[in-house]
Design a binder for this molecule. Sequence first.
Ligand SMILES: [Fe+2]
Length: 224
Amino acid sequence: MSMRHGHASPQRRRLVLGAAALGLTSSPLPLLAQGVLLTPRQTEGPFYPPKLPADQDNDLISVKGASARAMGEITHLSGRILDARGRSLRSVRVEIWQCDANGRYLHPGDSAGVDRDPNFQGFGHYLTAEDGSYSFRTIRPVPYPGRTPHIHFKLRSREFPEFVTQMYISGHPQNASDMLLGSVRDPKARASLMANFQSIKGEGGAMEWTAQFDLVLGVTPPQA
Ligand SMILES: [Fe+2]
């Protein structure tokens, strides 16, 4: 079913207002719209690259011009960006960034005291398809001091305010002691930040992972 211009129902208007509020505040409470659990926002943190890398495609384990691929366990990460009614959000710029296998970000301010893996892209982006889907090839996130493994997400679209959150590994033992994750108090909201990692046999029989992570936003999709 498609919505027409200029006929927003009061219900729909509320969702739009909710999206505007999302852009300005971060709520520790689960955000509900029509019984649907929206993906909680999380802080951007200090390590969004101040200068995006020349190679910023959706394959983070291979950097243009590098002789080897990134250290770490290859992960095929995919999912969909949806609105609260389950409709696809297309042409959303999905950005991810995460530390490399040594625990170091692509950021000059990261004083991790470990060498950066020059073969890890550290950042990538993807424009969602018609069905709201995105995909990345990256590494399975690793912990660094004070944090359980996570991948940062930033969504950009002309249709709604910037949306920033973090994704976690479902069942990871360090999740329980992570303060940022713990700040999402509602168990269901916390669960919505988890990706299910499943091992698969990759090239040459090496173990790789698939990870699935959908984001549900309190916004209305672009008009058809
Ligand atoms: Fe981080």
